[in-house]
Design a protein around this ligand. Structure first.
Ligand code: AHR
Length: 497
């Protein structure tokens, strides 16, 4: 049998995981809000119109932060349209996605939903069609206690206590020509800088995220980050990265190597942040917010009725190989947890999402739901340095792809170790040998696995065959575990003292 080996040393840590690396995203897009988290006519809707079954499913994912309200949507959004008495809220053309937005759901509704779903809001402001003034007013509306125009307006709208939102995105994908109000890097850099300064003047406890590139393949990638950060470095805490993956060519081997590109993307953005830091002799560090990532291609081009409300849009149905790539992406994010502090699986419900609903009806959990739930629930603590000696293979698009990719997380009390591993080899078992140093008494207690499915197998409302199972506990002696990882498998091996 092929063998891969790694050694884990308790003291050798990449860094503490910021739990916000397990964030997600709800945009006013398709049926994410209307018919997703909010469906007042649904038999399981609570007094606020929130679907209780969706909240339960979200809670199992243990998502600590959810980005809102966009996405491309935010670049044309007037936040004032979504607050106050519902009967007075305007219906508007939503230009990013070609639909009608009736604004029956807005900021305060989302913040109530967050409380019920045990999560926090990562709020985005509109720096496309709007600017500094609307942004600082929204911070005042959300975070100032009372006694000013906007804070009192919130109180008048029935929300006495401030929302205290800590994390703020300075627009969305402003490098993208498709974005409403898209600007050249220099213009956006100045706008982001001034907006962040004004927003922090309202509440100096907030953190801001400047828009980086919409994806690694953007023609302006690199220049965009360098120019905007050079202007706004001191006013921002994070730079955003977005990336979606596809397997349009039907080449599973190359698809499952695509997290290697993601790793290069992360390393390049870290270098740019630190270049600007060095150039400015700054003590301030700008970290990374990978606030949109997922597989997205199954649903592309689906027709919908223009200017309708909440049509079916971007409703990807995920298969087994997508679950494997999502596992690999999570491994990559964790491996870089010293710099990636925030990340958002895009999105959360119905729109390129792990949870799918029927309007007024059932829900099901997609294949990608499971690796995310495993990592979010068990990946809390510190990531250990991990060099893996693995067999390699080449694919059509990538060379030297390790069969085994893996990351290991030690809990804060150092009594629990969880190893996440994917075997990308399509035909062979690989024996994964893990040597543990200074971790006496660690014993395997659970081995969760997803394997043996056709790469195209999917879940649905009527049947969900692609689910994790418990595998037999691995052999362990002299601080060494030996674990057989089947071909094309997602593996979660939990050890405890
Ligand atoms: O998540 C879907 C869209 O993808 C978002 O609105 C946008 O930011 C990105 O291009």
């Amino acid at each position: 049998m092929k063998t891969a080996k790694t050694t884990l040393v308790k003291e050798f840590k990449v860094g503490q995981i910021d739990k916000r690396i397990y964030g997600s995203f709800i945009e006013h897009l398709g049926r994410a809000v209307y018919g997703g988290i909010y469906d007042p006519e649904h038999p399981l809707a609570d007094e606020d119109g929130f679907r209780k079954d969706v909240i339960e499913s979200v809670k199992k994912l243990n998502v600590p932060v959810v980005r809102y309200p966009g996405g491309n949507f935010v670049s044309g959004y007037n936040w004032e349209d979504g607050v106050g008495p519902k009967e007075l809220r305007p219906k508007k053309l939503e230009l990013a996605w070609g639909v009608t937005e009736d604004n029956s759901f807005g900021t305060n509704e989302f913040l109530s939903w967050c409380k019920k779903a045990d999560t926090e809001c990562m709020m985005a402001v509109n720096l496309g069609t709007r600017g500094v003034d609307a942004a600082r007013n929204l911070v005042e509306y959300c975070n100032h206690a009372s006694g000013t125009y906007y804070s009192d307006l919130r109180v008048k709208h029935g929300v006495k206590e401030p929302h205290n939102i800590k994390l703020w995105c300075l627009g969305n994908e402003m490098d993208g020509p498709w974005q409403l109000g898209h600007k050249p890097a220099e213009d956006y850099g100045h706008l982001a800088n001034e907006a962040a300064k004004a927003m922090k003047a309202v509440d100096n406890s907030i953190e801001t995220v400047i828009c980086g590139s919409s994806n690694y393949g953007m023609r302006t990638f690199g220049e965009w980050e360098t120019t905007t950060l050079d202007i706004a470095y001191d006013a921002v805490n994070y730079v955003s990265l977005h990336q979606y993956f596809d397997n349009r060519s039907g080449d599973t081997a190359s698809f499952l190597a695509k997290n290697m590109d993601m790793e290069r993307f992360i390393k390049s953005v870290v270098s740019i942040c630190d270049y600007i830091k060095g150039k400015k002799h700054s003590k301030h560090t700008v970290n990374l917010s990978f606030d949109e990532w997922n597989v997205w291609y199954h649903s592309n081009g689906e027709p919908f009725e223009k200017w309708s409300k909440a049509p079916h849009q971007l409703e990807d149905i995920y298969n087994f190989e997508d679950a494997l790539l999502v596992g690999l992406i999570l491994i990559t994010l964790l491996r870089n947890c010293d710099r990636v502090k925030v990340a958002c699986l895009a999105q959360l419900v119905n729109v390129i999402a792990p949870i799918m609903t029927e309007n007024g009806g059932r829900l099901f959990e997609q294949t990608i739901y499971y690796p995310f739930a495993h990592v979010s629930n068990f990946g809390r603590g510190s990531v250990l340095h991990q060099v893996i000696d693995s067999p390699m293979h080449d694919t059509r698009e990538f060379s030297l792809v390790p069969d085994i990719d893996s990351v290991s997380v030690l809990s804060d009390d150092e009594n629990e170790l969880t190893v996440f591993a994917v075997n990308r080899n399509a035909t062979d078992d690989v024996l994964f040998e893990i040597k543990m140093i200074e971790m006496d008494g660690m014993k395997p207690v659970e081995f969760i696995q997803m394997s043996g499915h056709d790469v195209n197998a999917v879940n649905g409302f009527d049947a969900s065959p692609v689910k994790p199972v418990n595998a037999g506990l691995p052999e362990m002696s002299d601080g060494r575990a030996q674990i057989k990882l089947p071909p094309l498998s997602w593996n979660v091996i939990r050890f405890k003292k």
